[in-house]
Design a protein around this ligand. Structure first.
Ligand SMILES: Nc1ncnc2c1ncn2[C@@H]1O[C@H](COP(=O)(O)OP(=O)(O)OP(=O)(O)O)[C@@H](O)[C@H]1O
Length: 340
């Protein structure tokens, strides 16, 4: 295997338990997640609210520590690094968050905000020379995200949501990272602005050879942004596959149900399609079901699904991994009830 084929990021058996509300109770936010992210690709993480997407992103960034498992980035096991060693890895590992306003210090000027990582990581000299170098570098970064250098002297509240997200992206790029985790970067923005930001992220990826982990609850966003998608349900990956294959040939019943609920732009197709109705309430990560986590809502679950946790393994096509004992081919196989 050449180094080109080696994953940039590799997770094996990653688990995160949080303390729950009651004494001794736990919330299993991420459960036995294994995946590889290849250099230059965008790996999407998709699933309903609470399925563990953000926790997984935070684990990769080491903002929270995993309960078990291994997270390798650029060949190093992040969970074994000291805080000091982690600081140097952080240069290569950056994040763009959903709400840029919350992540931009309102009392700092834009120039200071974007320059902050350069100063923290000693990328510019101290003193007047350093300040001039930082201003020049910040001007380049702002230009790269479509903002004028003159915005350096202004404050975050003077900008729109889309412009603030551009500022957040400029800051994330300051240290020339290899991997950027984009956690719902457009979901706080108006629809009209979302495409501008996704286009910008795609252009920056092309120009800079970036690798993205792209977190979203929105499947149509995945189709635009991701090369491969990991579908998460209750802390586990249930399907991991090339994006187009997910849309044309989903195999996990949960993926089918997500796809059947996603809006379709074509009104005729929208009227004609039928939604898969899931039974019951979504189970809680404080008390996940035995065996397959989807089985309590799955239209085709059988007795065995309660006893065995299905491993995430390739089905039919190499690289199309599904964690299901009885993967389905057609959505029609799941439509037991007529939809309104
Ligand atoms: N610090 C914490 N303490 C306790 N439980 C937590 C903590 N952070 C997350 N959780 C729980 O872990 C589970 C996964 O949450 P997470 O935020 O990762 O999901 P998500 O898929 O990103 O959802 P959303 O899209 O709503 O952000 C949820 O049940 C959540 O309540």
């Amino acid at each position: 295997m050449s180094t080109r084929d080696e994953p940039l990021l590799s997770l094996r058996g990653v688990r995160k338990e949080f303390a729950g509300r009651g004494p001794g109770s736990t919330v299993l936010a991420v459960d036995d997640v294994s995946l590889d992210v290849r250099p230059g690709e965008t790996l999407g993480l998709v699933g309903e609210s609470g399925c563990g997407k953000t926790t997984l992103a935070r684990l990769i960034l080491r903002l929270v520590d995993a309960t078990a498992g291994e997270i390798r980035f650029g060949g190093r096991d992040l969970l074994k690094l000291s805080q000091r060693e982690m600081l140097s890895v952080r240069q290569d590992l950056q994040v763009v968050l959903q709400d840029p306003y919350a992540s931009l210090n309102p009392r700092m000027r834009i120039g200071e905000i974007v320059a902050e990582p350069l100063i923290t990581h000693h990328k510019v000299p101290r003193g007047r020379r350093g300040r001039a170098a930082a201003r020049e570098r910040v001007a380049e970064l702002l230009d790269a995200v479509g903002l004028d250098a003159s915005v350096q002297d202004r404050y975050p509240h003077e900008f729109s949501g889309g412009q603030r997200q551009r500022i957040g992206i400029a800051r994330a790029l300051a240290l020339e990272p290899k991997l950027v985790i984009c956690d719902e970067p457009t979901s706080a923005l108006d629809v009209s602005i979302q495409a501008q930001i996704t286009n910008l992220l795609r252009r920056l990826q092309r120009e800079r050879g970036l690798t993205y982990v792209y977190v979203s609850h929105d499947l149509s966003m995945m189709r635009q942004m991701a090369d491969r998608v990991a579908v998460m349900n209750l802390g586990r990956i249930v399907e991991l596959v090339d994006t187009e294959e997910l849309f044309t040939n989903p195999r996990h019943p949960y993926s089918h149900s997500l796809l059947s609920a996603a809006p379709i732009a074509d009104p005729k197709a929208e009227r004609a399609r039928r939604r898969i109705v899931l039974r019951g309430e979504a189970p809680s990560p404080a008390d996940p079901p035995s065996g397959c986590v989807f089985r309590t809502r799955c239209p085709v679950a059988r007795d065995e699904c309660a006893g065995t946790r299905p491993p995430l393994v390739d089905h039919d096509v190499p690289g199309h991994a599904v964690a299901c004992l009885y993967p389905v081919r057609a959505a029609a196989d799941l439509l037991h009830e007529p939809t309104s």
